[in-house]
Design a protein around this ligand. Structure first.
Ligand code: SF4
Length: 237
């Protein structure tokens, strides 16, 4: 994508802009929110995708063809997730950027011992998710995610546009107000790429060692870090 020249703003101005946009765009459609992001931040805006599905990437590519889509390859993904990422890069009008941790899984095992995800998942997520994303977002002023308010109580107050204090960037959740039914309808209407595991008992997909199938009637995120005192990876804290 060609970087667009946008007015330089101070951090305080950017934060105020985000907070105002959060109020102004509360009732806007995901496409309207993403068009605002594209017009406001140009090439300093990206979308992150876990490759559970490509709904936000698809919406963003309509608002901003060639948009940067950032995928975090932790080294622990299911093959289906890696295949979904490859397909998104191949068929959608996006610029797929794959981030990787500084250490391979083998290097991490050598330094911290094997299966760190079982013994200290917070450290494993910090090394393989949080740190690489922080480094990968350095060149952006704003990032969009697929967070939805109905996913969990901790996400119930997610603003459609807000200020990410941890990374000091604008954080956009264009489908925050959507339900799972809204997502399913969009996928069906536009033939959006989805991870095959969604149809195989995995309604929420993370790294393979930390994701299990959920039973009928279980919460969608019950299969994430099951049996461990952890519900979020730290990317959205
Ligand atoms: Fe490690 Fe599990 Fe976090 Fe993936 S989800 S980074 S394997 S602790």
């Amino acid at each position: 994508m060609t970087a667009t020249q946008h007015a330089a703003r101070t951090e305080e101005e950017t934060r105020a802009l985000a907070e105002q946009a959060g109020r102004d765009l509360e009732d806007a459609s995901p496409l309207e929110i993403l068009r605002w992001a594209a017009e406001t931040f140009g090439g300093r805006f990206c979308v992150t995708s876990s490759m559970e599905d490509a709904v936000v990437a698809h919406l963003a590519s309509r608002a901003f063809p060639g948009v940067d889509v950032v995928f975090l390859d932790t080294g622990y993904h299911f093959p289906e997730t890696l295949g979904t990422a490859d397909a998104v890069g191949a068929v959608m009008d996006v610029n797929l950027i794959t981030l990787t941790p500084r250490q391979s899984v083998a290097e991490q095992d050598a330094e911290y011992g094997p299966k760190l995800h079982d013994r200290d998942p917070d450290l494993c997520c910090a090394l393989r998710k949080v740190k690489p994303l922080e480094e990968g977002l350095t060149g952006y002023d704003a990032w969009a995610t697929g967070l939805r308010r109905d996913e969990s109580p901790t996400r119930a107050n997610t603003p459609v546009v807000g200020w990410d204090e941890k990374r000091r960037k604008v954080k956009i959740a264009p489908i925050a107000r959507w339900t799972q039914q809204d997502v399913d309808a969009y996928i069906a209407e536009h033939g959006v790429l989805t991870n095959p595991l969604l149809e195989d008992g995995y309604p929420s997909i993370g790294c393979a060692p930390c994701t299990r199938r959920v039973a009928e009637g279980e919460d969608a995120r019950a299969g994430r870090w099951a049996g461990r005192a952890k519900t979020e990876c730290g990317l959205h804290g």
